[in-house]
Design a protein around this ligand. Sequence first.
Ligand code: NAI
Length: 331
Amino acid sequence: MRNLVVLPGDGIGPEIMKQVLRILQAVDSPFNYIEKDAGLTALEKHGSLLPDDTLQAITQHGLALKAPLTTPVGGGFKSINVTLRQKFDLYANVRPVVNLPGVFTRYEKVNLTIIRENTEDLYTGEERQVDADTAESIKRITRKGSERIARYAFEYARTHGKKSVAAVHKANIMKLTDGLFLKTCADVAKEYPEIQFRDVIIDNCCMQLVIRPEQFEVIVTENLYGDILSDLCAGLVGGLGVVPGANIGVQAAIFEPVHGSAPDIAGQNKANPTALLQSAVMMLHHVGEHERADRIMRALIKTLSDTQARTADLGGKGNTETFTNALIANL
Ligand code: NAI
């Protein structure tokens, strides 16, 4: 048995986490579940968005499944997600974006992975008010940060049978920061001659993605561009309800969906648990539980093709709980 820290989070988080744990239990997943608080729930209960006890559990066990957290707007609160990624140096944010059979979209052949640098760029939180009418934000890119994310992307391509990697940037304008990122990616690419490397400017990339997304296999990019591209790409394959993610570091890994806490549908049994479930599937692969992961994916695909079972965001008649019941019956 392996210890797994479970963060049910805020908004729709507890609802979808409950269903995903039912599915993990239905396939006898070899985990001891250690439930911890984070986000608004933790603030109300413990007076902190990210209690020490939660941080200690992740430090100790190194593996977490996380539902979305709500970061209060204003009030000086730093994003908990950004804090977690920086605290545990979870430098690689891996987001596979794949058409799922049964989920109708405008595109049919999307099968790409976004590898987003997760610790640098404009997300370090270093901003300052210059005067009443001017504010500045620091964009920090390092060779070390760029090199390890580029290497992660090429290794990912190699182990997942992908033939190409595209570095997405804006080095034509930000010559020093994005220039360093791009140059480092190009240097790392030379070590992987079997993988085709190209660079794409972020604005062109957005246009290419909505015209011919099948041309991309692996996208490696900086933190902000990766954040925005993730939502764009989620839209290509059915929306935020279906895209999973992993935050990978050397000492720890946290698996979480791309979407947020969806306050507009929280507490209504409407949320689609697919993105969190697929994040759990990525986690199963990460710990070597490939058979259980594949079994869940087969049942998921079958369930998604059933209109009665699918949730409303995918045009179905099911809800969070009935979708899970159907999926468990399909296991
Ligand atoms: P959101 O992703 O929560 O919601 C955007 C839209 O997608 C909403 O209409 C929502 O109902 C829908 N949606 C999202 N997930 C869904 C699901 N599983 N099933 C069906 N529909 C779904 O983004 P929003 O509204 O911008 O952010 C809400 C809160 O979430 C904010 O406090 C934000 O800070 C937080 N957030 C947290 C993240 C995390 O914990 N990783 C990531 C993004 C946002």
